[in-house]
Structure formats: structure tokens, C-alpha cells
Design a protein around this ligand. Sequence first.
Ligand code: HEM
Length: 534
Amino acid sequence: AVNAVAGDAKKRQMDEFTKHENEKTPLTSYFGAKIAETDIALRAGARGPTVLEDFHNREKISHFDHERIPERVVHARGAGAFGEFKLHTPLTGLTTAKILTDTSRVTPAYVRFSTVNGSRGSADSVRDPRGFAARLYTDEGNWDIVGNNIPVFFIQDAIKFVDLVHAVKPEPHNEIPQAQTAHDNAWDFMGLHPQTTHMQQWVMSDRAIPRSFRMMQGFGVHTFRLLNEEGKSTFVKYHWTPHLGTHSLVWDEALKLAGQDPDFHRRDLWDAIEAGAYPKWELGVQIVKEEDEHKFDFDLLDATKLIPEDLVPVQNIGTLTLNRNPVDYFTEVEQVAFCTQHIVPGMDFSSDPLLAGRNFSYFDTQISRIGVNFSDIPVNRPVCPFATNARDGAMNHTSKANRTPYHPNRFDALPTTTPAQGGFKSYPEVVADIKERIHGPKFNEFVSQAQLFYNSMSAPEKKNMISAYQFELSKCYEIGVQQTAIDRINLVDHDLALQVATAFPSVKVGPAQPNHGKKSAFLSQVEGKNQVFT
Ligand code: HEM
């Protein structure tokens, strides 16, 4: 079992926090007194009132009363597993991060897969993007790639995330629908936001009904930076590619599974790991030199665009294996706290405005979801030594012997380290511009990559997409909303709009766009430019 026991620093660390109660351990109160009776509360006579003095009864019920914590505001339903990451192709010269340069290491890993929209108890096989949140417990700190199984996103700026999620979640008045975007508000939002056009195509494709978590790609989505010894920066996008291939359900299967086995995906992951059929992914990178940043027709900071592999190929550099199921779902899956801001020295962020908001939002939401000391929860602890000046806070259970929780101090306790000693250094990007609420001019083109995606599909995939649009839009009550959706589809492909519209007699399809049937400007540019940016 690969690294499941020996050498797995994360498992050894978590074992220290795991209570191994068994049938030989006597039942006690929460404070250690052995308990003689736990089935009948203390009462005055067989038919008399229950008395307040029964501390065991009160303790038992009271703890139960407080068992629930808030579920994640998005991605509430998920399943996680532990494993390891092994680099095979070092990114020598591009980064000082050892996880990406040292092939002798085996790094403990953890992944939580999720749906986005539904609550904790919703079905697994719904049409939705899937979360693919990966954590690598490196010797220099936790590195989280908090991605999805779709390489682009609905919106470009994190300030819109609140509107997006309010629109796609169940409608406020009737809390319908539970786990899908099949309702008026969702399609109203998408209709009013051209920036959603590309992601909408992916969500209406078979990608949004994966066959298994083990058969999904994962994408970091944003452009990140790598930093080398000289402080030189290179742009990077991350991809996870499953060894089992990428597979989808068909809609009919998805519908039946939602009834027959709503736990289909988490069961599949659990069973595969228990059976020793460990799922594996290749970590791939798309590397773009700093000086090539502006050579693309789109902006590298725009999360609604991908970098076509024709322009920048994906190079696989390491293998992720999931080989161990959690022992306790709540503490190890529900309380795991990923954040895009968890990076390690040798890496940095780009100025993607969606990423900037995420770097704030995850930490912020986790303070209310699990409390300000969530970094101390075993699944969230780094495996490397860690020491901070943080103090106190609710549920702080680590006694810190250090007397000087401030910096600097007379003992030189918890000294900072220079970059040469491994200290984190931000990339000194030159930013001199006017402060205002605008974004780059290339953020305003929304159709090319949606067309690229649509045209890449086979005939059966296109047919499935027509049915998907018809199903989702049929759940809308308002013709106006359906009309806006068809108008948007028509911008991507006239035939697609005509076919989807056959299910909606009251809806009109506008004329074909001037570019209909012609190769998009984008495609013409991609052709003949193969791998120019490698
Ligand atoms: C949760 C992915 C955009 C806020 C998650 C999770 C994933 C994810 C995978 C689940 C993490 C887990 O398993 O625990 C993405 C991707 C995005 C994106 C790929 C776009 C590229 C955003 C934005 C915001 C945001 C723009 C806010 C401005 C949140 C919040 C959670 C979450 C608040 C819940 C975290 C928690 O309670 O631990 N996201 N997300 N996300 N995301 Fe995002």
C-alpha cells in the first residue's frame, strides 16, 4: 500500500490525535467518570418526572444539541481521501519550491471532491461543476490547489461571486431547486452576464455529470507564479489528469443514480480505495514566460479563459495517488479548510481579480464555519514544524510555552528567515497605475472560447448538450428568462440555439451572427502557431 503506513508523516501526525476507543474502553462522562446507566434517565419513581441532577443525561443531550456546524456556503457536499504526491519531472530553474524540484520526496496529500450548489445531503450525480481541492503537506508548509473539474469559471472578479451564488442557489421564496441551476434566477443571471458564456458551455456539457471522482480532471483555473533563486517569475496553470481517463455519465444514468444511490460518487471513491484500486492523477503545468504575458488574445488574468493546449502544451511533472480513506468524516472531511492563499516559498499569485477575492474569502468563511483556530485541527496542520505568534481565540487547545508572542523580542524567539533561509518573499511586481474600478480591455470578449469548446465536441456530445439545455430551461417559469438564454446560445452557435429552441415554442431565435459557420478569429490565430509559447 504505497506509503500508507511507513513514511507517511501525515498519517503519523493524525494518529496522535485519533482516539482509538474499542469495546474494552469503559463508557465515561465527558470528564472521565465511569457510567453505569446510559439508557434510562434518572427520575423520581418509574412514572415520575425526570430530575435536573442527572448530569449524564444533560451532558449527553446537550452535546448532541450542538453537534452541527454551518455547512460550507458553497461546495457543502463532498468526500475526501489521503494519499501522496511524487514529482517525476523537476521544474529546475523555475522555482525554489522543493515540491516542484526535488524528485526524491514523497509528499503527503489530501483531496476533497465536491459538488457546488447542493447542501450536505444532496445527491452526487447532479449537473454541477465538481470541486477538486488538493492539499500537499510539503516540508515547507501546506500548498492548496483549490480547483474544479472545469478549467474556467463563470465570472472574472470575486466581487461578482456573491451575486453568482445568490442567483444559482435555491430561490429565496421556495428554496427550489436543491442542487441544480435549473431555475429562473440562475438563467436570469447567466443571461445578464456575458462573462458566463464560456463556463455555461462546460456546465451544459457532459463534463458536469462525471462518472466518478476518480475519472475527473482538475484545474487550478487561475494563473499563478513560480519564482526561482534569482527572483525571476514565470506564469503557471495547474492541471490534474486522471490515469483512468475522463468519463461522464449520460443524463438518464445521472437521474436514476440520484434516486437509487445518491451517494454514488462518494461510495465509488471509498470502495476503490478500500479495494486497493488507488486512483491516480498526473499533475501537469502550462508554463508561460513573463515576457509572453501579453502575447495572447485573451488576458492571463481572466479566469473565464483557458490557455489552449495548442498554444502552450501541458507538461506532466508528478503523480498524485489517493490511498487512504478518512477514519472520521467530520474531523477529516467536514473540518478540512482549503484556501488558495496557502502557497509555499517559490510560488506567488498573479493579479487575477477572482483569485485575489478567493485569497480573502476562504480564510474569512472558515472563521465562522469552524472557528479562528481551525489551523490547529489535525487535518489542517502542516507536517513541517510551525510556530506562530497567534494567541488565544475560541477553542484554543495548544498551550504555547513561548512567553513572547510578539516580534521582535529580547529572546529572539520565533525569528523571521531571509528568502535565502527559506522565508517567503512576494514577487516584486511593478504596479503603477490609476486606482479605479476597471479591468483590462481583453476581459470584454466572451464568445471565442465558448465557440472553441462547442466546436471541439463530437456529434453525440453536442446532442447531449441540446438535451441538457432543454431540461434546465424547461424548469424556468418565465419566458423572458428562456428568451435571454436562447439569445446567448445564439451568440455561440446558431444551430445550437435553433435546436434548443424547438422545446420552447414561445421563444424566438434571432438571426445567425456574422461569424456563424466561419472559423472564429481565435481559431485562425491558434492554427499555425502551435506551441509558440513553450
Ligand atoms: C469552496 C473552488 C471561486 C468562495 C470551494 C471549494 C472548491 C472551490 C473546490 C471546496 C473546498 C473544499 O473542498 O473544502 C473554486 C474555484 C473557483 C472558486 C475553482 C474559481 C476559479 C470562488 C470565489 C469565492 C469562493 C470567487 C469568493 C469570492 C468559496 C467559499 C468556499 C468555497 C467561501 C467555502 C470554503 C469553506 O467553507 O471551507 N471553492 N471556488 N470561491 N469557495 Fe470557491
